[in-house]
Design a protein around this ligand. Sequence first.
Ligand code: IVH
Length: 683
Amino acid sequence: MDKPQERAPDGAEAPADERARVVELVRELNRHNHRYHVLDAAEIPDHVYDQLYRELEALEARFPELKRADSPTLRVGGTPVSELQPFVHDVPMLSLQNAFGAEELREFDARLRRLLGDDAPPALPYVVEPKLDGLAMELVYEDGVFVRGGTRGDGQVGEDVSHNLRTIKTVPLSLATGAPARLAVRGEVLFDLAGFEEMNRRREAAGDRRFENPRNSAAGTMRQLDGRLAADRPLRFFAHSVGVVPVGISSQSELLRSFAEWGFQVNPHNRVCLGLEAMLEAVFDLEKRRPELPYEIDGAVVKVDTLRLQDALGFVTRSPRWAVANKYPPPRVRTVLEGVLFSVGRTGAVTPVACLTPARVGGVTVSRATLHNSDELRRLDLRIGDTVEIERSGDVIPKVVQVVPDADHAARTPVSYPATCPECGSALVQEAGEAAIRCGNGFGCPAQVRGAILHFGSRTCMEIDGLGEKLVDQLVDTGLVKRPSDLFRLDLPALVGLDRMGQQSATKLVAAIHASRGRSLDRVLMALGIRHVGESTARDLARHFGTLERLRAAGVTELAGVSGVGEVVAAAVASFFAEPAAQAELDALTAVGLRFEPVMGGAPAVNTLGGRTFVLTGTLPTLSRDEAKRRIEAAGGKVVGSVSKKTHYVVAGAEAGGKLEKARELGVEVIDEVALVTLLEGA
Ligand code: IVH
């Protein structure tokens, strides 16, 4: 290989030979990448690939103008982006209606034939595909080159995550000849389970926290600003649909074949089948294979194959009539309860955590599960050594569902709450009407300090980059940080002494801490972790009072008068500001230079909801909790956690529980997603 050469002088044009060689190298490297990652059929050994890659790198370094938009050197993740930009979908990304089991699939088939009437063929042609439990993405190609990609978001606008998508080896940077000039491919980004486990092993070895859940970790990874993180993680992309079907394609199965021809990875378990019975067989066959799949699926998607029939069937609000997602039940397994540990959170709440004999649940090894609180512990009547059934569903932490009864259960030791805090030894208390048992020692308890500092630096609060769990543990354990304000007194000599902290990362951290002094009042309020003060209450308070001084001076009555602030919240805020420790900390934060900047923008831009309050419950068909909340707030409404007489609407989705009942009891209006969207649009 050539020796690395200096960058050519500016203005010097690359010679034709080099130009041609770059084109050839990019083409060859992309072809080998596709053979290796998509087809699993490498043609050349790794070291030959690496040699070609280095040759390309060297040429690009010498002649930067030769760097192409589809160069494989882009896959390592370049300069981090400063924030995620909105990604507008030209054609909205829809969602699917759910079905649970054979009966509902039969109804689906019957409904389609009814709708098609005379047009219905004797047996409907279907494609059955795994419902990949990942993150929906859209990838846009122009003239065969990947130009940008983004998340689904609310279906209309997501976030641009091109920098991360480029690092995924199964995302083609350029398409094979024959691909349409413009193409918006949709599909799923998900973790490879083996790679996920391997990554967790490496994280544990490095002293980092394990990731519990492949789907959430994939989502977290894709939202990172620095592409180098995603480049390091075993993610893949499967194509399953498009924004606009390219001309000349007349069925879903043909579309899937074309995806493969153009260079995408298409799921090998997709099945074409004719008629209801064949469709049911494919759905249940897939369920049987589920445990062996190298990635997670949570159901089967059934689509009518023929586009002409799809067109005839059309859409309802946000989902196609011609497709349905048959959900499989969440995977459950049995394992043994080895012990229970009690973890102390930021607010002092002490949560029991089950320590289990490691078991594979839906492809992920689980050794911990949440037991929620003392009520749950009592309900389960857990004893050490019991065989328990655990469940992992979608994006929730694994939980213990029940004890498997056996003869020895009664003789085993019951699990009970400790009387004192496992972290600081002070007495635990349970407030009337609350399930949580707390350590009331506040900043006297190291676990609460760790939690408070981590929260203070988190993305929605002070957004201090680099202030992660491991570091916070060290800062608190060494006594360098006892309060948030101590962060602002950290200097290089103190930091450089810590584990895994070099001069460079210490400098960056100090800069990030100092930059956070300009955060607006609402974010500081949220960062302080005042009980009941989340994002929207913090914003209301900051908007109403404008300055920290005025807020500190307000009494309960004035606080309760702020729109969106109820009595409970007002009391919590007033009691926080009355605490001597909180007062001292606020003074300290002021002294270290926090500015508590006023919130920009005043009242929300569109105020269609005029301050009305909403409670969300159950799973909405298309909107996630976060999306629904964001849209309600953007329209001037408020989302609260519990139903009271003051609640204007309860938005109920599938499997809504207690909150729905409460709404009925209190006579609060219950609406569904469609009605919510109508309200949002101001109709
Ligand atoms: S097709 C109009 N096919 O499931 C239908 N979606 O609620 C467009 N999903 O987030 C989607 N596997 O990203 C389709 N084989 C598959 C899928 C799939 C997973 C996701 C999809 C969306 C959700 C639909």
